[in-house]
Design a protein around this ligand. Structure first.
Ligand code: MN
Length: 301
């Protein structure tokens, strides 16, 4: 199951994708080659000034997809006898007082998988020898994103599952999923994120939150050209995925294939179906299975 070569292949083209997507221009293949790293210096230098102008003028907007990180930020809760992640906590060191008259600072205490966060391959037993979060190549943290909106379906059915047919139907309308990029799965669940209870939506049978079917998770891991899946819910798997076969298929298949997860995203409603550039920035925790992450999107207006 350790099929990490496809993801390595994407890594080699990551910079190319960045240039093309950041540029937002239809660069011809021949012009495009010039912009590649190692190409003639100077010609490629127009890309970043163009991007900066677009950001200043507002023709490229930066959208924050990150949930605020605080003690009330919803976290996963597992049934007994499993270990639990910690909520985020601040512990004050000093605040312009005897402990430090001129400065304010805190210690923080948090789980790796608290709030908007990044799942590294080593998080799952299907990828024990896979990358930890510090080993993820920075070139893979910037890439194109497709946004698939199934918020209507999820509002009707909190256990809604994304199927392969949903994705192929979406592709008929919006084009292929981006190579070396993200599938961002919008369910409207971010509107519940101010309440742990509404966010986890659990009853005596367990949590009920939308996710991805077993077949679709396997297809995304093995067939789709993406490098990861991002969701609005507390984890990439459905609330009921503990009862699937295999359990937690999104974690099992995607991380097992060396791909990544992003959770608890918000503001996906502000992104186009295609064309946004995603910047996912987890902390490089050495040996870490994941990390809280700041996730930003660049969108052309
Ligand atoms: Mn996680």
């Amino acid at each position: 199951m350790s099929t990490r070569s496809p993801t390595k292949r994407h890594a080699a083209t990551g910079s190319d994708l960045q240039v093309r997507w950041l540029c937002g221009l239809s660069v011809s293949w021949s012009g495009w080659v010039v912009l590649r790293p190692g190409g003639r210096k100077g010609e490629g230098m127009t890309v970043l000034p163009s991007l900066l102008s677009a950001l200043t003028e507002g023709s490229v907007e930066v959208i924050d997809l990150t949930a605020p990180l605080q003690t009330s930020t919803p976290i996963l809760q597992l049934p007994e006898p499993f270990g639990q992640t910690w909520p985020f906590e601040l512990a004050e060191i000093s605040r312009y007082d005897d402990r430090g008259p001129g400065w304010y600072w805190n210690n923080i205490r948090t789980g790796e998988h608290t709030g908007t966060h990044f799942d590294a391959p080593v998080h799952w037993a299907t990828s024990r020898d896979g990358e930890d979060v510090a080993q993820v190549s920075p070139g893979r943290l910037v890439g194109p994103a497709a946004v698939l909106d199934f918020s209507d379906q999820a509002s009707q059915d909190p256990d809604f599952l994304l199927e392969i047919e949903h994705i192929t139907g979406w592709q008929d309308e919006h084009g292929e999923l981006p190579e070396g990029g993200w599938l961002l799965y919008r369910t409207g669940w971010d509107t519940r994120s101010s309440s742990q209870e509404e966010f986890l939506n659990a009853d005596h049978t367990g949590p009920h939150t939308p996710g991805i079917s077993v077949e679709c998770a396997r297809w995304l891991a093995e067939e789709a050209p993406i490098l990861g899946v991002g969701v609005e819910t507390v984890g990439t798997d459905a609330g009921a995925a503990h009862s699937f076969e295999p359990a937690f298929p999104c974690h099992s298949y995607l991380l097992g294939a060396g791909k990544y997860g992003l959770t608890q995203l918000r503001n996906l409603v502000r992104l186009p179906p295609q064309g946004a550039v995603l910047i996912a920035a987890p902390l490089p925790i050495v040996g870490g299975s994941g990390s809280p992450a700041r996730v930003l999107a660049l969108v052309q207006r």
